[in-house]
Ligand binder design. Structure first.
Ligand SMILES: *Cc1c(COP(=O)(O)O)cnc(C)c1O
Length: 386
């Protein structure tokens, strides 16, 4: 008997009748259809309509951020957040090697270059100690310009982008402290962590701004979509301006005051978002219960189930496990994927992707260990919400 038969059976028992069991399928159990029909009947399907504002208000309320601005997707939201934070052509931005490729891409969309600093083993997010280490050894702080310069390249380091992996909050308060010491703003890639809290505060609300994603595989979805959350009023205003073609409000004139973007979220997408936000608490509770069942199951096996780190509440977006080594990881993936259960390795490290091999890195031993051993397993909402 294959040693992974039991876990395959267990996962199938959580998601009966699904073959293969998907990694993360969306659910539409609220008023999504009703609101969509209303958009269509009213003809307000595009950028004007009440749902965009409603979605932004609900997100601000839920996360505790003062402002929330809806954006066409999470990648575009990261791009704009970095631009408004001051990232310019030729700059450098510190992020982690263990992340989804969009984090690094958004940095390059600004004309900047990523630097990769290792993650912690328990949070899988940027390690404050390694960040402090790398910065102490590699930068010079110019007191008159208040800019932090990379000693090797001479480039301005203009942002830090930690990521809350699979919904596990990283040690974001310490990272923000290091950022302030060097006058480097922190933009949180909280694309995976809606509903995740660190020391009682929602992820994405620690740095200058945070970014959420509503891609189809995320905790809640709008088909595709994103959000920038911030407490800074002028930041929020600039985000709105830059993502809506920088048009100066006027009843009929077309006057635009900079080269900007059309990164708006449509009213159709926002309508789905509003419906999803109305029962996000039930979704989060359901996912938490699933994580608990996984935890109990894996206690009697030699596979480690990854628990939320200390001081935090995870949304358990993707439940994940740690195998002993690369070989065990590959055997597991081979078996379960051949037997009707979708499972995926964590991402290949950014510095190993062709376009990022030339980037500067800290030591990345933790990222490498996780890359070799971590697998995500099915984590959709289970059957109904009751
Ligand atoms: C999903 C995701 C994004 C990008 O969001 P999209 O809405 O798909 O563009 C960015 N960063 C991370 C870590 C993500 O998981």
């Amino acid at each position: 008997m294959n040693k992974y038969l039991k876990v395959t059976k267990f996962i199938k028992s959580l998601y009966p009748g699904q073959n293969p069991v998907p990694l993360h399928a969306p659910v539409f159990l609220g008023k999504e259809k009703e609101y969509l029909m209303e958009c269509i009947d009213s003809t307000f399907v595009s950028y004007v309509g009440k749902y965009v504002t409603k979605f932004e208000e609900m997100t601000a309320e839920f996360t505790g951020a003062k402002y929330a601005v809806a954006i066409v997707n999470g990648t575009a939201a990261l791009h704009i957040a970095l631009r408004i934070a001051g990232v310019q052509y030729g700059d450098e931005v510190i992020t982690q090697p263990l992340t989804f490729v969009a984090t690094a891409n958004a940095i390059v969309h600004c004309g900047a270059k990523p630097i990769f600093v290792d993650v912690d083993l328990d949070t899988m997010g940027m390690s404050p100690e390694k960040l402090n280490d790398w910065i102490s050894k590699n930068v010079e702080y110019n007191h008159s310009t208040k800019r932090t310069i990379n000693k090797t390249t001479g480039c301005h380091i203009s942002a830090i982008v930690p990521m809350h992996t699979f919904g596990f909050p990283c040690r974001i308060d310490d990272i923000v402290k290091i950022g302030s010491k060097f006058n480097i703003p922190v933009i949180e890639d909280s694309a995976e962590s809606i509903g995740s809290f660190y020391k009682g505060k929602h992820t994405g609300t620690f740095g200058l701004a945070g970014v959420l994603s509503y891609n189809g595989n995320k905790t809640i979805t709008t088909g595709g979509g994103g959000m920038i959350i911030t407490d800074d009023e002028s930041f929020a205003r600039n985000v709105k301006h830059l993502t809506t073609t920088a048009k100066i409000p006027h009843r009929w004139e077309f006057v635009h005051d900079e080269v900007a973007y059309n990164y708006r979220l449509t009213n159709l997408s926002a309508a789905v978002g509003v419906a999803q936000m109305e029962y996000i608490d039930k979704i989060l509770l359901n996912k938490r219960n699933t994580a608990e069942r996984y935890k109990q199951f894996f206690e009697s096996s030699d596979i480690e189930f990854l628990r939320e780190p200390r001081n935090s509440i995870s949304n358990y977006w993707l439940n994940s496990i740690k195998l002993k080594n690369r070989e065990a990881r590959d055997n597991f993936l081979e078996y379960v994927n051949n037997n009707g259960v979708m499972a995926r390795p964590i991402w290949r490290l950014m510095n190993k992707l062709e376009m990022y091999t030339h980037c500067q890195c800290s030591d990345i031993e933790n990222s490498e260990l996780l890359e070799n051993c971590v697998i995500s397993i099915p984590s959709s909402v289970i059957s109904n919400l009751s």
